[in-house]
Design a protein around this ligand. Structure first.
Ligand code: 9YT
Length: 128
């Protein structure tokens, strides 16, 4: 069995900061679980364009306050603690944080480790 403590990955390659968010990647592709698990802080006052065309993501907000706007229909979903959203249609969206938001994110297929969004809000396909 594997045990990972958040404090042990802070400041390592498994902590990825893109400015709007910092993603602490706890379980990665190399762990061979079929998904990755991240503890991500979305910084207050930011808006991030995201479109995971190659991944499904489920996000559990455990702290903070913000909203998601899905761009196909311009619906706005308030997101606060104890709320899950699942991007089950690879939904293109804007993520806005009113307060710092702490999110537990699960990706299928798993993230390898260092990915950040490209200019279209996408993570690349990992062919390795
Ligand atoms: C909630 C969300 O999609 N945040 C962007 C970062 C991403 N979840 C990650 O890599 O942890």
């Amino acid at each position: 069995m594997k045990v990972v403590k958040l404090e042990d990955i802070l400041g390592t390659d498994q902590e990825v900061d893109n400015g709007n968010w910092v993603s602490r990647r706890l379980i990665l592709k190399s762990d061979n679980m079929g998904y990755s698990v991240h503890d991500t802080i979305i910084r207050a006052g930011t808006e991030t364009h995201i479109w995971y065309q190659n991944h499904l993501e489920t996000v559990y907000c455990i702290e903070g306050e913000g909203e998601v706007e899905t761009l196909s229909d311009n619906k706005i979903y308030p997101i606060t603690a104890d709320t899950v959203y699942a991007l089950d249609k690879n939904d293109e969206h804007l993520l806005r944080a009113k307060k710092d938001m702490r999110m537990v994110c699960v990706f299928n297929p798993p993230i390898s480790g260092r990915e950040v969004h490209d200019e279209n809000g996408v993570y690349p396909v990992d062919e390795s």
